[in-house]
Design a protein around this ligand. Structure first.
Ligand code: CDP
Ligand code: MG
Length: 471
């Protein structure tokens, strides 16, 4: 093919609706001709896998919002986007914005994730969706691992890594679009980034910011970003029936294992199980015990595949959560996949096929004790908002069930509505040092979403007050 002809082909494929390939007419009518399209990034025809994934992408709730989203981002510097977990926010929106950035600034796009696992897994998925090799046009950047190259347009990264970049490049000039994903998690790094981004927005005309969240109380983000417009993607979730234990459980690990086995034996409905535990050791232990108990029950019962998921797991093992469940036995016994996960599976990663959720009501959370000045990760009760997110994971493919291993009374009376933002649970010494390194000395006027000086109201954090006075 001559150089000129090829360039024309590349241009042509560009002219399809920004890489969405959703209008068959533009591609000459049918699938057969559209299948000859050339991938403008690689110069090769799209693979079979690309077309398979594309069919699935077209069913995602965000897919129909392309025009509205692009129109809004063109007119505004900052957009807040909310949508249920699994609606396609993290995988689709950054792709649209990469196209957009190529047309305008020709700079990069950064999408932050609070967790390393999510950054890696989603980057792999998006590389597959764009039919490119991971680390080329799409890459990820996490601490101690930079899987990007000079060609990289779209970078998934942990919020901590973007914060580090801001230390060397205060205006984040490398990027024309920055997406802060999972903003509802309110991690320390995301909170500091939000403050910094507000300052960047005042200094750069060409930057676009997208704040994405899985919860519906987006009002706070809108107000914070000077009444930024909100795009709300209606979810397509199924109803989830919620069960509580009549009495508090003494040993939640024991109760969790018992519940998994019971679901596997007694529920006739096909569907996988998602169990939330708090950390690696506990998860490995639970997997071993579940597998052992099920093996002891004999060959008649359905096959059960137990898969752990936590952030320190090597990437190839993390990908196992996307494996299909084991098949039915000849006697009709249902095979199931059981994913035993930390909070990662609450909103960061979507596992399709989950119908049963077991929520013991705990997660590891950072807690700062100002009296002894020690910051530690403690297993603590989750909030109502978290419990609702966890239950929601059961309703993605069909009506599901959520087994809460605590009483309804505990849910109503003891759980707080929302988890406190991490900045209110942290040693402010670290925050102050980080901000100073970012060149921000005037802490009193730095625009925090939740000023940590107020922390004493909620945690009697006297040390925090002292630090702020010192500034
Ligand atoms: O960010 P949000 O929770 O809105 O959804 P997403 O992460 O963009 O995921 C959208 C869909 O992509 C999910 O429903 C999965 O079917 C699929 N996906 C996948 O198959 N493998 C991944 N590693 C990530 C997403
Ligand atoms: Mg997401």
């Amino acid at each position: 093919m001559s150089e000129r002809k090829r360039r024309l082909d590349v241009e042509d494929s560009k002219s399809t609706k920004s890489g969405r390939y959703d209008n068959d007419k533009e591609n000459g009518g049918g699938m057969s001709s559209s299948k000859q399209q050339i991938n403008k990034y690689t110069g090769r025809p799209f693979s079979q896998k690309f077309w398979q994934i594309l069919t699935k992408r077209k069913t995602l709730p965000v897919w129909d919002y392309y025009d509205k989203f692009i129109e809004t981002i063109k007119k505004n510097k900052c957009v807040v986007l909310v949508g249920e977990t699994g609606s396609g926010k993290t995988t689709q929106i950054p792709q649209w914005l990469s196209e957009y950035a190529q047309l305008t600034g020709r700079k990069g796009v950064a999408c932050t994730q609070p967790r390393r696992v999510a950054a890696m897994s989603v980057a792999q998925r998006v590389a597959d969706e764009m039919d490119v090799t991971l680390g080329q046009e799409v890459g990820y950047n996490i601490r101690f691992e930079d899987c990007t190259s000079a060609r990289t347009i779209l970078r998934y990264m942990t919020d901590g890594m973007l914060l580090r970049e801001a230390m060397n490049d205060p205006l984040l000039e490398r990027y024309s679009v920055v997406l802060l994903d999972e903003a509802h998690e309110r991690t320390l790094a995301t909170d500091i980034l939000m403050g910094i981004i507000k300052e960047i927005m005042n200094n750069r005309e060409d930057i676009k910011i997208v704040i994405m969240s899985a919860t519906l109380d987006a009002g706070k983000f809108q107000t914070y970003f000077d009444d930024a417009p909100l795009i709300s993607i209606p979810g397509r979730t199924h109803p989830v029936e919620i069960f509580y234990t009549p009495e508090p459980e003494r040993d939640y690990l024991e109760a969790s294992i018992r519940t998994v086995v019971q679901i596997h034996l007694c529920e006739e409905m096909e569907g996988d199980v998602l169990l939330f535990l708090t950390g690696q050791e506990e998860i490995d232990e639970a997997c071993k015990r579940i597998q052992r108990e099920v093996e002891n029950l004999g060959p008649e019962i359905g096959e059960l595949k137990c898969i752990p998921l936590y952030s320190t797991l090597p990437p190839n093992l993390q990908q196992r959560i996307f494996e299909p469940p084991p098949p039915k036995r000849e006697n009709g016994a249902v095979g199931r996949k059981v994913v035993v996960a930390t909070n990662i599976a609450e909103t960061s990663l979507t596992i399709d096929g989950v119908v049963f959720v077991i929520d013991p009501g705990f997660s590891k959370q950072k807690v700062y004790n100002p009296r002894i000045r020690v910051e530690s990760l403690l297993v603590s009760a989750i909030s109502k908002a978290s419990a609702q997110q966890r239950a929601g994971r059961a309703g993605r493919t069909k009506p599901g069930k959520c087994f809460r291993l605590y009483t309804e009374k505990a849910y109503q009376n003891e759980m707080q509505d929302n988890t406190y933002p991490e900045i209110l649970r942290s040693n402010l010494g670290t925050v102050v040092l980080q901000l100073k390194k970012l060149g921000i000395d005037d802490l009193v006027h730095f625009d925090f979403m939740d000023p940590p000086g107020n922390a004493y109201l909620t945690t009697t954090n006297t040390v925090n007050c002292l630090v702020l006075k010192w500034s």
